[in-house]
Design a binder for this molecule. Structure first.
Ligand code: LLP
Length: 418
């Protein structure tokens, strides 16, 4: 019986030792994905890679990326604190967001990170906070570039109807107003057009639009330090998909910089999925096999741990880890343990005959897997391990029932008198 190996480790042995469900991350893949970004841009253009923490905020993973020189795109004060804990340098952190409280803005200003501003309302609030604290803050303006990538509408973020950013046509005015504000220093423009983008031509369109804005600003005396084009590079979830590489992204973006009539500012990118996505698998135990209208395989991980199939109809490749490479003789729909019909991990897949107790490995789950997990149905979240050349480290303990009740309080009037 052949077993699936991941990061030099027998996945079946890992599942025995750490239990299931279990997220497993291969350090070498993670690092090589990050390095391929660095290699694609080094020597071509002054570029910083700000890893998108929302994709996977595990501290061990952040520490590894910090060591490689990554900056960070954070979308909340929680993510901001995670990156700081991991040792990512303040001057390489961009605090993004579209709905931030005064407390959020105070933390942003006090910690000295750059802030991407999403509206004129937010700009005013940030200026007030900075003035009260007597501190300066560097900002970028989030541009809504009105470009339309061919992706699930839920993960397209630069459409004109998207909630993110300031309409393209209002940018110059807002930048003028920003540069007149005390304590505010306008240093960049930012956009993020969407995620899981396989056709990179849309990045060229976004780069062109952003550089047009940079040029218009230059002409009125506003010089920027950077243009941040966000993340979004897709990965090959399906066996027949071909993922664009960071070098493809470079070739799509840089012509716009080369064509610019002014000396263009540096480039920032915010990849998430393409760095962590392919670096992890989720391993789950089969609890039941049922022949009904369809052949169902019921596993112990559902949309509580991997919501992408339920939320975006996303495809993830699945294999039987303890009988890897056996001929696929049956068609199964792999479902989770959650009390909802939408709790489907994989539909109509050819697998070897599956039995209770088998292990299903779900591929490419490093991005927006654990980071979108929940305790729905009273299920503690699972453990995570990091593997490298056969070496194993636990990087997140399995939650227990205590974690489910930890912050709950029973009002004294509901506590029964003896
Ligand atoms: N920068 C900003 C401002 C973002 O909002 C995002 C992702 C990224 C960078 C990173 O994008 P990436 O390189 O990972 O595509 N939960 C969805 C994806 C949501 C993406 C949200 N923003 C999914 O599972 O497909």
């Amino acid at each position: 019986m052949s077993h699936l190996y991941f990061g030099g480790v027998d996945v079946v042995e890992l599942a025995e030792e750490y239990g299931t469900p279990l997220y497993i991350t291969d350090e070498n893949r993670l690092i090589s994905n990050f390095r391929s970004y660095k290699a694609a841009f080094e020597g071509y253009y002054d570029t910083d890679i700000y890893y998108a923490v929302k994709a996977n905020g595990n501290l061990a993973i952040l520490k590894l990326l910090a060591r490689e020189g990554a900056g960070a795109d954070v979308f909340s004060t929680g993510e901001l604190q995670l990156t700081k804990l991991a040792g990512i340098k303040t001057d390489k952190i961009l605090f993004n967001g579209n709905s931030r409280s005064d407390e959020d803005l105070i933390m942003a200003v006090e910690s000295g990170v750059k802030v991407s501003v999403d509206s004129s309302d937010e700009l005013n609030a940030l200026a007030t906070v900075a003035e009260q604290l007597g501190k300066d803050v560097e900002i970028a303006i989030r541009v809504n570039p009105d470009v339309s990538p061919d992706v699930n509408p839920k993960i397209a973020t630069g459409l004109k109807e998207s909630k993110f950013g300031v309409p393209y046509t209002g940018i110059v005015e807002l930048c003028k107003s920003a540069s007149n504000k005390r304590n505010i220093s306008l240093v960049g423009l930012h956009c993020h057009i969407g995620s899981q983008i396989l056709d990179v031509s849309v990045f060229s369109e976004a780069a062109d639009k952003m550089l047009e804005l940079v040029t218009s600003l230059y002409e009125i005396g506003i010089e920027l330090e950077f243009v941040d084009l966000g993340g979004g590079l897709g990965i090959a979830y399906r066996p027949d998909e071909i993922a664009p590489t960071p070098a493809d992204l470079r070739d799509a973006i840089l012509p716009a910089f080369e064509r610019a009539e002014i000396a263009p500012p540096k480039l920032i990118l915010e990849p998430g999925r393409s760095i962590v996505g392919p670096a992890s698998i989720l391993v789950s135990r089969v609890n039941a096999v049922k022949r009904a209208y369809k052949n169902f395989v019921a596993i112990d991980a559902g949309f509580n741990l991997l919501i992408r199939p339920a939320m975006y109809d996303a495809y993830h490749e699945v294999v039987v880890a303890n009988r890897y490479n056996e001929p696929c003789s049956e068609v199964y729909t792999v479902v989770g343990p959650i009390c909802e019909s939408g709790d489907i991990i994989a539909r109509d897949r050819r697998l070897p005959a599956v039995r209770r107790g088998d292990l299903i490995a779900i591929f490419d789950t490093g991005a927006y897997g654990f980071s979108m997990s929940s305790q729905y149905n009273g299920r503690p979240r699972c453990a995570e391990v990091l593997v490298k050349d056969g070496h194993i480290d636990l990087i997140r303990e399995r939650e227990s029932f205590d974690d489910i009740i930890r912050n709950q309080r029973i009002p004294p009037r509901l506590v029964q008198q003896a």
